[in-house]
Design a protein around this ligand. Structure first.
Ligand code: F6P
Length: 364
């Protein structure tokens, strides 16, 4: 029988999201009970590359449940298997595999395993360590809710609440001025935030990447609402949504990031289209990183604690290389590479779409 793990490293990778600290707290507190030490690795895999880590104990994780961000810091650029150490004379990144360097830092710090809290990119980054014999447990994180293998990831509900609150505010000013307000939300290629946030806020139009939209349908909806005496129209558009026949709008490319495409601009473009082709004046708001900052809502605090407890349980049972997940509201675990190269997108026959249509929400 393999001997029980005595010390694990824990890192938060990729874009941050509300609930990361709640997970750090849950894993650390639970493992303390069974005398497994936790070492916090700073700034995601970057800290493992550079050997930056510090012990986590009760005092470090007490009182962080409701704190946004991550006390450890994160990085969405540091992939040890393909790490940009410098730029060449053309400004192109020079890639190196620094997995061995990370393994040496892990060994020097007595790490017998890793807890990696992140999305598909972070879990993919963990695979070379799994293959090298350093066991890993993954915990799915992202406001986008697009991690394959779990029905839900923490951070999503908080982002949806932010969207819903924003719509409530936009509705009153839009009503005052008889305007259309276009709210651009995050989500990359997945429309979950726009769909759930739009539903929660009573948006009149929801546009998601999975369903290319027709601008004339959106304009038509705006006009029909005015004719019926509605004072405003709220359009929620996912950053990755695209008009029929067009690609998504890319704000910039970051070749050093595992997620090189940075979306942005669809909201401004659509507001101009509405202003030009309808009788209604339109404005746009980009909600941006407001969706990722701040304190997690109660649902995410509970989910983070459940995830953390399940991850700790796996270490105590000597079960390795799994990602904790929720399926049909039950805590389960799946192979850690389950999400690699896959995205959990919105199926067009999803009941949330049917529910939105039932209250006359248009999908363009
Ligand atoms: O994946 C989370 C996310 O917030 C996406 O919704 C968004 O497209 C992206 O990260 C933004 O990344 P960055 O913080 O690098 O701008």
């Amino acid at each position: 029988m393999t001997s029980k793990t005595k010390r694990v490293g824990l890192l938060t990778g990729g874009g941050d999201c509300p609930g990361l600290n709640a997970v750090i707290r849950a894993v650390t507190k639970d493992l303390l009970r069974t005398h497994i030490e936790v070492v916090g690795i700073e700034d995601g895999f970057l800290g493992l590359i550079e050997g930056r880590m510090r012990p986590l104990g009760y005092d470090q994780v007490s009182s962080i449940l409701a704190v946004g961000g991550t006390i450890l810091g994160s990085s969405n650029k540091a992939n040890p298997a393909k790490f940009a150490t410098e730029l060449d004379e053309h400004g192109e990144p020079i890639w190196r595999d620094v997995t061995q360097q990370c393994l040496e830092h892990a060994e020097a710090n007595g790490l017998e395993g890793l807890v990696v809290i992140g999305g598909d990119g972070t879990h993919a980054c963990a695979m070379p360590f799994v293959e090298a014999g350093l066991p890993c447990i993954g915990i799915p994180k992202t406001i986008d809710n697009d991690v394959y293998g779990t029905d839900v990831s923490f951070g999503f509900s908080t982002a949806v609440q932010v969207v819903s609150d924003a719509i409530d505010r936009l509705r009153t000013t839009a009503d005052s001025h008889h305007r259309a307000l276009v709210l651009e939300v995050m989500g990359r290629n997945a429309g979950w935030i726009a769909l759930a946030g739009g539903l929660a806020g009573g948006a009149d139009v929801i546009l998601i990447p999975e369903h290319p939209f027709r601008v004339d349908r959106v304009v038509d909806k705006v006009e029909r609402r005015i004719k019926r005496g509605r004072r405003s129209t709220i359009v929620v558009v996912s950053e990755g949504a695209k008009a029929m026949g067009q690609g998504p709008m890319v704000r910039r490319l970051d070749p050093t990031s595992p997620d090189p495409i940075k979306f942005g601009g669809i909201g401004a473009w659509l507001a101009d289209e509405i202003s030009t082709h309808s009788s209604v004046d339109a404005r746009n708001v980009v909600l941006g990183h407001l969706q990722r900052g701040g304190t997690p809502v109660a649902f995410d605090r509970v989910l983070s604690t459940r995830f953390g407890h399940h991850a700790a349980k796996l270490w105590n049972q000597n079960v390795h290389n799994r990602m904790v997940a929720v399926q049909a509201d039950r805590m389960v675990d799946v192979p850690i590479d389950e999400s690699a190269g896959k995205q959990r997108l919105v199926p067009l026959d999803h009941e949330l779409i049917a529910a939105a249509r039932s209250v006359w929400t248009d999908f363009g």
